[in-house]
Ligand binder design. Structure first.
Ligand code: HAM
Length: 427
């Protein structure tokens, strides 16, 4: 029978990579919590309308990349391609803004986009992100970008640039759209088929077409059409980021792939990756999103990072992000006798109660092999239980490269803690 394999564009999370994965999530949570962000989570599938209206029908994500299906009840559902629309829906439908404003939330979880799979681009991928919902202030834009920057610093990642732009408000954007159409229209015959269509539906998207990149270079920039108010909002964000010591590069061609942005838009790029197609993370202000979803106008700003992309860049640049891990003790029996197994299990239980990570090996394998496997688990020491030990209520303590010594079973946890010098963080 043919072997069943993973669906292309998906991947499994397994040790040892899962150690770095856990550490990355822990660091993100710590940095976000330190800035007042609290955990939120939303369903993985939503009504399709949420994304059609929120993300925008003219975007690649909605046009080509959504996993949409009709459930037996006849409703069109979609696996979430991103987290922001769901977060805004969740907070507004729960009426949370009456209690907290702004609402500061952090999240982590899988997203789904039917893109062409390649390195750093998957069909199921994971994001960590934050959203700050309910207030409009350049200081909050600064805060969100700064949290992202502090997160990257905490990961120990170098070579990142923050690309920052303003997309202006609705009026600015319609002026900008008109300017882009006027610029691109004479070049229509040279445009790729996708861009010819985009010119009708969503001219901003022409700016990040790879095929028409040279044309994009000479296209009008949004700053030429920003109102006085939008320009000074952007200046304030820039000043705030400078004061926070977050280095930014103003990039007038940054447009983002989702339609809900207004004013501030930003991406985190790494020097080893090719710009916008491979951003480590991105975000911006989305003051019009709530209304598109049928709720009262509610401002918001946030970001999301791609977890797999971050891990790739960390691996490529040699940053080791292993979870520090608790010291592990392996408790093994000499044979697979039931008495030895019971005593070894009792020893392991005592250690765990005292806060030590204890792994049991009461298999029929030879003792030498058990010690080898313990070594592979990076065990700090092994405790061995044979028939003698069962009879005398003792265990043998064995450390790599040292002679073994005998411990009393009733005080084994104190001796072990003394020997390894610490206990679990998760006690
Ligand atoms: P986004 O730029 O579409 O923004 O995605 C954020 C990050 O998710 C990207 O920078 C990238 O690292 C990762 N990502 C996106 N697509 C893929 C993929 N196919 N494979 C691997 N990684 C991917 C958003 O999703 C917005 N919701 C961010 C946001 C939050 N804006 C405001 N608040």
């Amino acid at each position: 029978m043919p072997r069943i394999v993973a669906v292309p564009g998906t991947h499994d999370l397994l040790p040892p990579r899962s150690d770095a994965w856990e550490r990355l999530h822990r660091i993100h949570r710590e940095v976000a919590v330190r800035h007042g962000y609290r955990l939120a989570d939303t369903p993985i599938f939503e009504f399709t309308d949420l994304f059609e209206r929120g993300v925008g029908t003219g975007t690649d994500v909605v046009e080509k990349e959504m996993y949409t299906f009709v459930d037996p009840g006849g409703r069109s559902l979609t696996l979430r391609p991103e987290g922001t629309a769901g977060m805004v829906r969740a907070c507004l439908s729960a009426g949370l803004l009456q209690q907290w404003r702004p609402l500061r939330l952090h999240y982590a979880g899988p997203m789904f986009r039917r893109e062409r799979p390649q390195r750093g681009r998957y069909r199921q991928f994971h994001q960590v992100g934050i959203e700050c919902i309910g207030e409009r202030s350049p200081q909050l834009d600064v805060e969100v970008v700064e949290v992202g920057w502090r997160f990257l610093q905490a990961l120990g990642l170098d070579g990142v640039s923050v690309q920052l732009n303003s997309l202006g408000d609705v009026a600015d954007r319609s002026r900008y759209r008109a300017a882009l159409v006027a610029y691109y229209d004479p070049h229509r015959p040279q445009l790729c088929p996708d861009c010819r269509r985009r010119l009708e539906v969503n001219p901003l998207r022409l700016l990040d077409c790879k095929r028409d990149a040279t044309l994009a270079e000479a296209a009008p920039v949004v700053h030429e059409v920003l109102s006085q108010e939008s320009a000074s909002y952007f200046d304030e964000v820039l000043r705030g980021l400078r004061a926070a010591d977050v280095p930014v590069a103003v990039n007038p061609r940054l447009v983002r792939g989702l339609d809900y942005y207004a004013h501030t838009a930003f991406e985190f790029w790494h020097r080893s990756m090719q710009g916008a197609q491979n951003a480590l993370g991105g975000g911006g202000r989305y003051d019009g999103l709530a209304e598109l979803l049928g709720y009262p106008p509610t401002p918001g700003v946030g970001y999301a990072f791609g977890v797999e992309r971050l891990l790739l860049v960390l691996e490529d640049t040699g940053v080791v992000l292993a979870e520090a891990g608790d010291p592990t003790v392996v408790v093994c029996s000499v044979s697979d006798s039931a008495e030895q197994a019971e005593t070894a299990a009792a020893v392991a239980r005592r250690l765990r109660r005292a806060g030590t990570t204890a792994v049991l090996d009461v298999s029929a394998r030879r003792l030498a092999r058990k010690l080898e496997l313990a070594d592979r688990l990076a065990a700090r020491l092994c405790l061995i239980v044979g028939d003698d030990e069962v009879r005398t209520r003792t265990v043998q303590l064995k450390r790599p490269g040292e002679p073994s010594r005998r411990l009393q079973l009733d005080t084994v946890e104190d001796e072990v803690i003394r020997a390894i010098g610490t206990t679990s963080k998760n006690r």
